[in-house]
Design a protein around this ligand. Structure first.
Ligand code: C2E
Ligand code: CA
Ligand code: CA
Length: 753
C-alpha cells in the first residue's frame, strides 16, 4: 500500500500546481506580488500540508486494518503484483509455507504454487495466476502448494484479481487441504469396502437400520429401501431363544463387539446361517453412535457341519438322537428343571421279544420293526419331548416339564408310558408279516440335583424291574429298587464263590406211590450261605439263570444226583430209587446238553434208568424239535422225562403227543384247593385222563393233606410228593426217612391181612 499511497500523494501535490497554472511565473512575479497574497498562499500551503498529514494517517490506519483483517483470516493469503511477486503475505501464509514474517515479500509465487493452471490463452507463457480477467474471483481450484522445505501439499486456491489504473494486483488464498483429502480418501475406501462381498448394515444406537450395502440385499433379499428404518428383527429366524440375544448384547456392551454364528431368515422365508460380527462405533464423546454389522452366508459350511453333527448325534437307522445327544438333552432338561422347579421323566423302553424276532425273521425285518416302533413312539409324545435310541431295541423318551407336583408328574408319565406300551403292542405289518411286540417300560422321575448318569441308571433299573415283573409292563424307579439291585449284584458275586466253595447242597423230597412206598425223590437245590444261612432256590435260581451261573450249577446238580444214584445202587433198599432232577431252560438249550448228561452218567457209573429229568412247558415249547431230539438221545440211554408244573402253561395236546415224555407232574396250585374247589378238581381229573390216554405216569406235587391224596388216588393218580410225606431234606435225613418208611411198610405189610 505504500506505493499506492506515494502515487496518490504525488497526484495530490500536482493538483494545486495545475490550479495555479493560469498565473504568471512566480519567480518573475514574486516581488510584484502583494504580501497579503503571499500570506494567503502560505496559509493555503499550510492547510494543504495538514490535509496531507491527515491523509497519510488515514492511509496508515487503513493499512493497519488491512493487516489485521488479513492476519485474522484462517487461510493463507498472498497479495501478488503483476509480475507474480509477493508483495504481502498474511500470518497464516507464513505458517502454511513455513516462513518468518516478511520473508515471503518479493519472492516469485511459482516457488509456492508450482502448478500452473492450464493456459487459457496462448501467445505468452502462462503464469500461475494469469488466467483471470481483471477484477474477477475464482474459487476452489485444487492445486499443489510447496512449503519452504520443498514438501508438497494439496491446496485449494482462490484468486481475486484487481486492476486499478495502471496497477494490477491479485489476492491469492491458499488452503492446506491435506486433512480434507485424507478424509475424502478414507471415505472413498470406506465406500468401496462397504460395497464388499460381505453383507453390511449400519444402525443407529437404537438399532434402526440406517444403511445397508448391495451384498446385504443379495444375501437377505431385502432392498435398501425395505431395510432402512426397520430394526434387524426383520431378519429374525425365531431359532434363537431370547437369552441368546441378551447374551449377544451383553458381550457388545462389554467388549464393543460380538462375533458368532446366527440363524436368520431371508425375505423368501428361508432360514440360513450367517457368520456375524457386530461392532459398536463410539463417537468422540465416548457414546455409541452406530452399530456396524458384517455378515456372510455360511449355510454351506453349516450344512457340512450339520451333516457331521447328524452322523455323530443321530442313529443311522431311525434318525433318532443317539445316546450322546440324549445325554446333552438330559443335561439341558436338568438345567431347565432346576430353573423352573418342574418334574420331568425319563422312560426306558425295551422290546420284550425283539431278539427272538430278529433271529427268526432276519435282521431286515428287525430293522424295519425298529423304524416302525420309532414312528409310533414319535406319534405318542409331544414335539418338545425327545425320543432317543440307545442301541438295539432300547429306546428312551425324555418328557420335560411335566408338573411342579411329583404325584401329578408321575401320573402323567405313567399315562404316557401306558399309551406308548399300548401302541407298541398293536400288531405291526412288516414285509408282509404280522409282527407282535410288547415293551417293558421303566420310568424315572427327575427334579432338582440329579445327574445325567443317575437319571439314565434309574430309568434302566426301573426297566429291568418291569422286565422281571413279567414284561409288557411298566415300573417306576424308587430308591429301594436301587438297594435291591445293589444287593443282587453282591449276591451274584457270592453265588460265583458258592459254586467254587461247595456251599451248594442237594435236598431230597420223597416221592411216594399209593402203597406208601418211597419210589424216589426230587432233588432240590439249597445254598448254605456262611452268613445268611439256608437260601431257597427261588431266591437265587433266577439270578443264576440270568448271569449264566446256572450252567455250572446245573452240571454240578447232575453230577451230585448221579453220584448219589451210584452210591444207592450198592444197596437193595435204595437201588430202585429214581432221582428227579430239575433242568433249567438255559441249561437244556446248550447244544451239547445231551452229551453232558451222557458224560456225567458215564463218569459216575449211575444207571440212566434211575435218572429222571424235569422239564417245564415253556422250555419245551421254545423249540420243540430241538427238545425232541435231545430227549430222544437221552431216552435211548434210559433216562426218563417228567413235565413239571403241568397245567400252568399253554398245554396243547399236539405237542404232548410228539414229546417222548414219561410223566406229567400236576402243578401244586391245582392240588392246593382239592378236594373242595370244583374247578381245580376238573382240571386235575382232566390231566389224569390225558396222561392215561397218552400212556404217561401222573404224579402230583404239593400234596399236603390226606384229603388231597384221597381225591388224587380216587381219580387215578398213584404217585405223590408233598409235605404230607416230607419236606425237602438233606441226604442224611432222607436216608433216615427211607429207613423209617421201609420199617412202616414192613409193619404195614406185616399187619395187613
Ligand atoms: P419245583 O421244581 O416246582 O419244585 C417244587 C417246589 O415245591 C419246591 O420248592 C418244594 O419245596 C415245593 N414243595 C414241595 N412240596 C410242597 C408242599 O406240599 N407244599 C408247598 N407249599 N410246597 C411244596 P423249592 O425247593 O423252594 O424249589 C423251588 C423251585 O426252584 C423248584 O420248583 C425249581 O423250579 C427250582 N429248583 C430247585 N432246585 C433246582 C435245581 O437243582 N435246578 C433247577 N434248574 N431248578 C431248581
Ligand atoms: Ca421240579
Ligand atoms: Ca413243580
Amino acid at each position: 500500500m505504500n506505493d499506492r499511497a506515494t502515487k496518490k500523494s504525488r497526484a495530490m501535490t500536482r493538483s494545486p500546481q495545475t490550479a495555479r497554472s493560469p498565473r504568471a511565473d512566480p519567480a518573475t512575479d514574486e516581488a510584484a506580488r502583494p504580501a497579503a497574497e503571499i500570506l494567503d498562499e502560505l496559509h493555503q500551503l499550510r492547510t494543504e500540508n495538514a490535509q496531507l498529514r491527515k491523509d497519510a494517517a488515514t492511509l496508515r490506519q487503513s493499512d493497519a486494518w488491512a493487516t489485521l483483517i488479513l492476519d485474522t483470516v484462517p487461510e493463507a493469503m498472498l497479495v501478488v503484483d503483476a509480475q507474480d511477486r509477493v508483495v504481502r503475505a498474511n500470518a497464516c501464509a507464513n505458517e502454511v509455507f513455513g516462513f518468518r514474517p516478511g520473508e515471503m515479500t518479493g519472492l516469485g509465487v511459482e516457488a509456492f504454487l508450482p502448478d500452473r493452471p492450464p493456459a487459457e490463452h496462448s501467445g505468452h507463457p502462462a503464469r500461475p495466476l494469469d488466467t483471470l480477467p481483471s477484477c474477477a474471483v475464482r474459487q476452489g481450484s485444487e492445486s499443489q502448494g510447496r512449503r519452504r522445505d520443498g514438501s508438497p501439499f494439496p491446496a485449494e486456491i482462490g484468486i481475486g484479481s484487481m486492476r486499478m489504473e495502471d496497477l494490477e494486483f491479485r489476492v491469492v488464498s491458499v488452503a492446506d487441504i491435506t486433512e480434507r483429502k485424507r478424509d475424502e480418501d478414507e471415505l472413498r475406501i470406506a465406500a468401496i469396502a462397504f460395497e464388499s462381498q460381505s453383507g453390511m448394515m449400519v444402525t443407529d444406537p437404537q438399532g434402526l437400520i440406517l444403511r445397508v450395502n448391495q451384498a446385504f440385499t443379495r444375501l437377505t433379499g431385502y432392498s435398501a429401501a425395505e431395510a432402512v428404518g426397520k430394526t434387524p428383527n426383520l431378519l429374525s429366524s425365531g431359532r434363537h431363544p431370547p437369552e441368546f440375544y441378551q447374551q449377544m448384547w451383553a458381550t457388545i456392551t462389554d467388549k464393543g463387539y460380538w462375533q458368532g454364528q446366527i440363524w436368520n431368515r431371508r425375505k423368501s422365508g428361508r432360514v440360513y446361517a450367517e457368520w456375524l460380527t457386530i461392532t459398536a462405533v463410539t463417537a468422540a464423546d465416548g457414546q455409541i453412535s452406530h452399530y456396524v454389522s458384517t455378515f456372510s452366508d455360511i449355510t454351506l459350511n453349516s450344512e457340512a457341519d450339520a451333516q457331521i453333527h447328524r452322523l455323530a448325534h443321530y442313529d443311522a437307522l431311525t434318525q433318532l438322537p443317539n445316546r450322546r445327544l440324549l445325554q446333552d438333552r438330559l443335561a439341558q432338561a436338568l438345567a431347565t428343571t432346576t430353573r423352573h422347579e418342574l418334574f420331568g421323566a425319563i422312560l426306558f423302553l425295551d422290546l420284550d421279544n425283539f431278539k427272538t424276532l430278529n433271529d427268526t425273521r432276519g435282521h431286515d425285518t428287525g430293522d424295519q420293526l425298529l423304524v416302525e416302533v420309532t414312528q409310533r413312539l414319535l406319534l405318542g409324545v409331544r414335539e418338545s419331548d425327545t425320543v432317543a435310541r440307545l442301541g438295539g431295541d432300547e429306546f428312551v423318551v425324555l418328557l420335560e416339564e411335566l408338573s411342579k407336583d411329583a404325584d401329578e408328574a408321575a401320573a402323567l408319565a405313567k399315562q404316557i408310558g401306558e399309551k406308548l406300551g399300548a401302541s407298541i403292542s398293536q400288531p405291526f405289518q412288516v414285509n408282509g408279516h404280522d409282527l407282535h411286540c410288547t415293551a417293558s417300560i421303566g420310568i424315572g422321575l427327575f427334579h432338582l440335583r440329579e445327574t445325567v448318569e443317575d437319571l439314565l441308571k434309574h430309568g434302566d433299573i426301573a426297566m429291568y424291574h418291569a422286565k422281571t415283573a413279567g414284561r409288557n409292563t411298566l415300573r417306576f424307579f424308587d430308591p429301594t429298587m436301587q438297594a435291591r439291585l445293589d444287593e443282587r449284584s453282591a449276591l451274584e458275586t457270592e453265588l460265583r464263590k458258592a459254586v467254587q466253595q461247595h456251599q451248594l447242597q442237594l435236598y431230597y423230597q420223597p416221592q411216594i406211590d399209593d402203597t406208601g412206598r418211597v419210589i424216589g425223590a426230587e432233588t432240590l437245590l439249597r445254598w448254605l450261605h456262611p452268613q445268611r444261612g439256608l437260601i431257597a432256590p427261588g431266591d437265587f435260581i433266577p439270578l443264576a439263570e440270568e448271569s449264566g451261573l446256572i450252567l455250572p450249577i446245573g452240571l454240578w446238580v447232575l453230577e451230585a444226583a448221579c453220584a448219589q444214584l451210584k452210591a444207592w445202587s450198592a444197596q437193595d433198599s435204595t437201588r430202585e430209587l429214581v432221582l428227579a432232577v430239575n433242568v433249567s431252560a438255559r441249561q437244556f438249550k446248550q447244544a451239547d446238553f445231551a452229551d453232558q448228561v451222557t458224560a456225567v452218567l458215564d463218569a459216575s457209573g449211575a444207571n440212566p434208568a434211575r435218572l429222571k429229568i424235569e422239564l417245564t412247558e415253556s422250555l419245551v415249547l421254545d423249540n420243540v424239535e430241538d427238545t425232541i431230539e435231545k430227549m430222544c438221545v437221552l431216552k435211548t440211554l434210559g433216562v426218563s422225562f417228567s413235565m413239571d408244573d403241568f397245567g400252568t402253561g399253554h398245554s396243547s395236546l399236539a405237542y404232548l403227543t410228539q414229546l417222548p415224555l414219561d410223566q406229567l407232574k400236576i402243578d401244586r396250585s391245582f392240588v392246593l384247593n382239592l378236594p373242595d374247589n370244583i374247578n381245580d378238581g376238573i382240571i386235575v381229573k382232566t390231566i389224569i385222563t390225558m396222561g392215561r390216554s397218552l400212556a404217561l405216569d401222573v404224579i402230583a406235587e404239593g400234596v399236603e393233606t390226606e384229603g388231597q391224596r384221597e381225591f388224587l388216588q380216587l381219580h387215578g393218580c398213584h404217585a405223590y410228593q408233598g409235605y404230607l410225606y416230607g419236606k425237602p431234606m438233606p441226604l442224611a435225613r432222607f436216608e433216615e426217612f427211607l429207613t423209617a418208611s421201609a420199617v412202616r411198610q414192613k409193619v404195614g405189610a406185616g399187619g395187613a391181612p
